[in-house]
Design a protein around this ligand. Structure first.
Ligand SMILES: [Zn+2]
Length: 161
């Protein structure tokens, strides 16, 4: 098996919603990004790519490339899944933690797990999403942005026969 970790941060900017795990959540700000700013999916992509030593999301989908302007991060996640599959591995399980003072993300966690599991062609029992605040400490606590940590284990895809 292989293990990978990912970390991503996006700062808040003008806007009225954020996208986390493919779920649109109304908020008093948006997240600054070249793509849809889905900081959860970006951290998960980096964990998956890291596990097979394929670099990071910025190398595969550079923010200098206009093809990825406003990109649907779930599409990037599906592309990462195929890159990983080409190396002979698939998701064993992943765990993640969203660090945000606001908005409240807990009510959306099940929908996020469903989206991510669907994009990774696995059951939601393999995908864990958790959320925490920082008791108002640090940049997340001051409401300046959202950070996500993700770790994953990959298992070898069984060969026929
Ligand atoms: Zn990102």
């Amino acid at each position: 098996m292989k293990i990978g970790c990912g970390y991503d941060v996006h700062r808040f900017a003008e806007g009225d919603h954020i996208v986390l795990g493919g779920v649109t959540i109304a908020h008093s700000n948006g997240l600054a990004a070249h793509s849809d700013g889905d900081v959860l999916i970006h951290a998960i992509c980096d964990a998956l790519l890291g596990a097979v030593a394929l670099g990071d999301i910025g190398q595969h989908f550079p923010d200098t490339d206009s093809r990825f302007l406003g990109a649907d991060s779930r599409d990037l996640l599906r592309r990462v899944r195929s890159l990983v599959a080409r190396t002979g591995y698939r998701l064993g399980n992943l765990d993640s933690v969203i660090i945000a003072q606001a908005p409240k993300v807990a009510p959306h966690v099940e929908a996020m797990r469903g989206n991510i599991a669907s994009d990774l062609c696995c059951g939601p029992d393999r995908v864990s999403v958790k959320a925490t605040t920082t008791e108002n400490l640090g940049f997340e606590g001051r409401g300046e942005g959202i950070a996500v940590h993700a770790v994953c284990v990959l298992e070898r895809i069984p060969t026929e026969g």
